[in-house]
Design a protein around this ligand. Structure first.
Ligand SMILES: CC(=O)N[C@@H]([C@@H](O)[C@H](O)[C@H](O)CO)[C@@H](O)CC(=O)C(=O)O
Length: 422
């Protein structure tokens, strides 16, 4: 993690603009991107700008570039901006509890940060992306750029959940998962807002490796579900696993991926939340892919702490959001993104009946494919048909849809036209 601290004299009224400028300037000087910045006021009226980039180590040349920039730029001079200290890890130089606390060891909203940019704050919807594959079953990263363009321009979707269930993450090797994350980060630069990556594996060693990689390359957050071959016997055993992995993710937000239909973990999310307590400092909520909205609600409203919830059952997303979910993550937002965004906007404007009409039409569409949820092979056919991007076959042991199922799915998609007439 790269951390820098600058002294800067700025006017409170222009603080956020100044912070943005400081962040951009340091990004330019160090050759980095996605630097985050926040500020703390001092009693004398000046403020500290703290910048951090969780994905990068501070190399000697970056320090030299940054110092050169600070010493030579008029912009820096006019603001009496100079670098107080830099460090590669929080424990290296930022040792005092006060320094640590104000940076990121406690939730931002309970410390004295007055402006903050680039904080992970997923709202609206994120698409759980599919992994494009070649006919021989290898991953196909060559269309990731077009995939990003499709999501952003055709669906208005700017956040993604990578290597999850729809992305067949558990069927990919760690090398493939890393390659995909890097491809999406590269193609999504300046176009995607958040890239959350699922790092779940049976092996804790692989999980740790993926967590570390996610931090190094600049993912926005990691999601992790329980191993499911040797299942944890108790919620505490699960939390021990999560905690050990979280230590490798540096400052990245950690989302617990609650998906009992796939993981077969019998614990309620609200029970897992109790077991987590304060043990995982970067815990950032649940991706909740379960029908049990009572359990979801207990997590959000009964936990004694703020627990963001990202709802994952697309068929009843409206209800999840109405009950307080902060955002929704799901497979159908790949190709029904704009319709779902419209539904959320109606919800926000309290046009409940109109929002419900959209949800019901989405349910009808999903039910025309399956009343128990859309499988990954079916979803890949639908996405390929709607977007024109070839998602390829699913990976073994999943099997591709046959010709007759494929044409049934195409017909179901054709009847989707009715959605745009609502
Ligand atoms: C079990 C499952 O795959 N659920 C999907 C839903 O988006 C699901 O495809 C949708 O509700 C249609 O049934 C997501 O919750 C999973 C997901 O977001 C992911 O791909 O990781």
């Amino acid at each position: 993690m790269l951390i820098f601290e600058l002294n800067v004299k700025v006017d409170v009224n222009t603080l956020s603009r100044e912070l943005e400028a400081a962040r951009d300037a340091v990004n330019r000087a160090t050759g980095l991107s996605n630097m985050a910045a926040c500020a703390r006021w001092r009693h004398d009226g000046s403020c500290n700008v703290i910048g951090y980039n969780p994905c990068s180590l501070l190399s000697g040349s970056m320090t030299t570039n940054m110092n050169h920039f600070l010493d030579n730029s008029e912009w820096a001079e006019s603001r009496q901006l100079h670098c107080v200290r830099t460090a590669n890890h929080i424990s290296e130089e930022f040792e005092t509890p006060e320094d640590c606390t104000s940076l990121h060891l406690v939730p931002f909203d309970s410390c004295t940060v007055v402006a903050l940019m680039d904080k992970f704050d997923l709202q609206g919807i994120a698409a759980a992306t599919f992994t494009p594959m070649k006919p021989n079953g290898d991953i196909n990263t060559s269309i990731v750029g077009e995939y990003v363009t499709y999501l952003v321009e055709n669906q208005g979707v700017t956040s993604i959940f990578l290597n999850g269930t729809s992305g067949e993450g558990m069927s990919l090797s760690t090398a493939e998962r890393k390659k995909l994350l890097e491809a999406w980060l590269c193609a999504g630069r300046n176009r995607l807002k958040y890239i959350i990556v699922n790092i779940s594996c049976s092996s804790i060693t692989d999980c740790k490796e993926l967590a570390k990689h996610a931090e190094q390359v600049g993912a926005s957050a990691v999601a992790i579900t329980s191993p499911s071959y040797f299942c944890p016997a108790t919620p505490d055993a699960l939390v021990d696993f999560l905690h050990a992995v979280s230590l490798e993710a540096g400052s990245l937000p950690i989302i617990y991926y609650h998906i009992p239909v796939m993981s077969h973990i019998p614990f309620l999310a609200s029970t897992i939340l109790e077991a987590i307590g304060n043990k995982i400092p970067n815990f950032a909520g649940f991706k909740f892919s379960d029908l049990n909205l009572f359990d979801a609600s207990l997590c959000m409203h009964n936990s004694g702490r703020r627990c963001p919830l990202y709802y994952g059952v697309d068929e009843q997303m409206l209800t999840g959001m109405l009950m307080g979910a902060q955002a929704a993550i799901g497979s159908t937002y790949n190709y029904l993104g704009s319709k779902n965004i419209e539904m959320l906007s109606l919800l926000q404007n309290e046009k409940f009946q109109d929002a419900l009409n959209i949800q019901i039409s989405i349910q009808k569409h999903i039910a025309s494919i399956s009343k128990t949820g859309i499988t990954v092979p079916e979803n890949k056919v639908i996405m390929s048909y709607i977007s024109g991007l070839d998602m390829g076959p699913p990976r073994s042991p999943l099997t591709a849809c046959g010709a007759s199922r494929t044409s049934q799915l195409h017909r179901a998609v054709d009847s989707l036209q009715s959605l745009s007439r609502i």
